[in-house]
Design a binder for this molecule. Structure first.
Ligand SMILES: *Cc1c(COP(=O)(O)O)cnc(C)c1O
Length: 376
């Protein structure tokens, strides 16, 4: 006896995955092609071109790594880091901490510049640590999904006054929803994911590498320890050589292609403005209810909005009621923010005025029935 599986149609307003447009899902119903089929290769060429536009880069080596955001993370760090070298990692949340852990696993001597979760890492301290160290690689999370805080990656390039830095940026929760500007900000390597700002299902990780990053990789004394994430091998498949490396996940790449197409149809500037507008509307509504945001206004992300849980309110109960009574998923806090914040994702096609109004109304009704007094 088999039974069918019927997942409900949730409104996904957590830290990701976000909802996916029907057009993207439909793209996944198309016939699978072999990984060397000339028609499939056209799809990959289009993805590279579309990704360059969304990353705002001319980098030739720009493609999707098979796997979620964490795969792109491994791909960037495993290739750039040579065992024993110092790597400077900025940590003010869970994903900065993960970058430090992964760097260490690939053999780096990690130098951490820590800051309180929810506050920006002080660029003067980054600069001082960089100057005192022998590090070339500097890793920073652009959009820290664990806290809803945006880092000023625009300032990283000034580290080159000190030394020829290799700048690595986590754009997992920013790409496709707020400006990343790889070339403008002189970022050398960046990894993202398909399921947050881009609006495709989870399973692919867009990455991009500058010529300076590739030079460092080509100059390695030994191959990267990871074969699967060896960027030079993967590039041989994506570029003109078309050498087999692994079976490219066709349906996922169709979905990514479609989602990127949708982004450029909307226009990058329009899309950023939509994310900004809906985030600000949500914050205004939350504050009118008497709740507070975790992050100061000038450092807030538009994709991930961290709301402080008011004292006396049961975190898990509110989230469970949102899910069961309103079909809405929001995220919990974790690490040092567990039980202290709710994480509300407004990303991709989920960033709409309707979703904002619906969530605010649902939160108000639940909070009031849980005994929290909202101002009139
Ligand atoms: C989600 C996320 C990741 C990891 O991505 P997965 O797709 O879960 O592997 C890495 N960095 C940041 C900032 C994220 O938000």
């Amino acid at each position: 006896m088999t039974t069918s599986f019927n997942p409900p149609n949730r409104i996904l307003l957590g830290p990701g995955p976000g909802n996916v447009e029907p057009r993207v899902l439909q793209a996944m119903l198309k016939p699978i092609l072999g990984y060397l089929d000339p028609v499939y290769l056209q799809c990959l060429d289009q993805i590279q071109k579309l990704l360059r536009s969304v990353f705002e880069t001319e980098n030739r080596v720009t493609f999707s790594v098979s796997g979620t955001g964490g795969a792109g993370m491994e791909a960037c760090l495993a290739n750039l880091i040579e065992p024993g070298e110092e790597v400077l990692v900025c940590v003010n949340g869970f994903f900065g901490q993960r970058a430090a852990e992964i760097s260490e696993r690939w053999g780096a001597k990690v130098i951490r510049v820590d800051s309180e979760w929810g506050r920006p890492v002080d660029m003067q301290r980054v600069r001082d640590s960089f100057r005192r160290s022998s590090a070339r690689i500097v890793v920073m999370v652009h959009a820290e999904t664990s806290t809803g805080m945006r880092q000023p990656i625009e300032q990283l390039k000034h580290l080159r006054d000190v030394r020829d830095a290799i700048l690595v940026v986590d754009s997992v929760t920013s790409l496709g929803a707020l400006p990343v500007g790889i070339d403008r900000n002189e970022i050398d390597a960046s990894y993202s994911c398909s399921q947050k700002g881009i609006g495709a299902p989870p399973g692919l990780s867009p990455v991009t590498f500058s010529e300076r990053a590739l030079e460092k990789i080509r100059a390695r004394k030994e191959h990267p320890r990871s074969w699967y994430f060896d960027v030079l091998l993967i590039d041989k498949y994506w570029s003109s050589e078309r050498t087999y490396h692994h079976t490219s996940p066709a349906l996922m790449n169709y979905a990514l292609r479609e989602a990127l197409e949708i982004i450029l149809e909307e226009g990058l500037e329009n899309r950023w403005a939509r994310h900004e507008r809906n985030s600000k509307a949500f914050v205004a509504g939350v504050e009118a209810m008497g709740l507070e945001m975790l992050v100061a206004p000038e450092h807030r992300l538009w994709t991930l909005n961290a709301v402080r849980i008011p004292p006396g309110v049961d975190d898990a109960r509110v989230r469970s009621r949102l899910l069961h009574e309103y079909n809405i998923e929001i995220g919990a806090g974790f690490g040092s923010l567990k039980g202290k914040i709710w994480r509300v994702g407004l990303m991709g096609c989920g960033s709409t005025e309707n979703n904002v109004l619906l969530l605010l109304a649902a939160m108000r009704r639940i909070l009031e029935s849980e005994g929290f007094r909202c101002p009139a």
